[in-house]
Design a protein around this ligand. Structure first.
Ligand code: ADP
Ligand code: UDP
Length: 237
């Protein structure tokens, strides 16, 4: 399968059509953005790490019964995926308070929840991805009640699998964002990526941040942190 036309260039990836109308090629870039594109930069080698990490994790999730868009890794930065219509919701699962949750509710980062939380944001850059609940999503016809139930069940199942896997790697899965899409026959599958761009990952022993917060918060050591989580994943997958 080869790249035909560029369908889309996003902040972190380019998306291309292929000879097969049901398949796309995603090409991961080193570009990094934060705060809805206001902060821009480069994380050298990020595209390769995010491509490979996302693929390894999605293959693991498939084995655990969670359908994903993953088809085949084509190169260091390119992957063949099922073409889906993205459900325009950012699905966020949290195990520990951090980021916008801490800010919104005035809770210190690091407070561990008894059970994970789920929240949805409307995937809309112009509006700044506003928080919304399931009723809002249904009212706006972004998804049906059934689709939201499926997405919710898959999202918590992803959390169970990934939390356990990262724990084996000595990494705490704090929170993460997922995107789901619908294939041509209406099946809901996990799409987009799972990487240090989209997850908060803390070293289980030291609490050191091993994710994009190092870029967002100008902490330095961004490339090293991405390389470290990839190394841990490779040692345990
Ligand atoms: P953004 O659009 O937020 O800047 P990216 O740079 O990651 O993000 O661009 C990738 C785009 O491709 C995203 O809009 C994402 O929703 C979309 N996408 C991810 N997986 C698929 C897929 N399997 N089929 C169609 N679109 C996808
Ligand atoms: N996240 C993401 N894309 C977004 C917003 C959030 O991948 O557009 C991820 C983020 O990396 C973190 C989780 O979702 O792992 C929760 O992010 P939060 O709501 O705390 O927002 P932030 O503090 O990043 O603004």
């Amino acid at each position: 399968m080869t790249k035909q036309e560029q369908l889309y260039e996003g902040k972190a990836k380019k998306v291309f059509t292929t000879e097969d109308p049901n398949l796309l090629i995603v090409d991961y870039k080193d570009d990094a953005t934060a705060f809805n594109g206001i902060k821009k930069g480069t994380i050298v080698g990020k595209g390769v790490i995010n491509n490979k990490m996302s693929n390894r994790l999605m293959q693991r999730l498939e084995k655990a019964g969670i359908p994903t868009h993953f088809v085949e890794e084509l190169s260091d930065r390119e992957t063949l995926v099922k073409k889906v219509t993205i459900v325009p919701l950012e699905v966020i699962i949290r195990n520990i308070a951090a980021g916008s949750f801490s800010k919104r509710f005035g809770v210190e980062e690091g407070v561990v929840f008894d059970s994970p939380t789920i929240e949805f944001s409307y995937k809309n850059d112009e509006l700044g991805d506003p928080l919304m609940n399931d009723y809002h999503a249904i009212a706006l016809k972004l998804a049906t009640r059934e689709e939201i139930e499926t997405i919710t069940n898959y999202a918590f199942a992803v959390n169970r699998e990934l939390k356990a896997f990262w724990a084996e790697c000595g990494v705490t899965l704090v929170d993460f964002k997922l995107e789901f899409g619908k294939t041509a026959d209406g099946t809901i599958v996990l799409a987009d990526e799972i990487s240090p761009d989209t997850c908060r990952l803390w070293d289980s022993k030291t609490g050191e941040k091993l994710d994009k917060d190092r870029f967002r918060r100008d902490m330095g050591g961004v490339e090293d942190a991405y390389a470290e989580v990839m190394k841990r994943l490779n040692e345990h997958i």
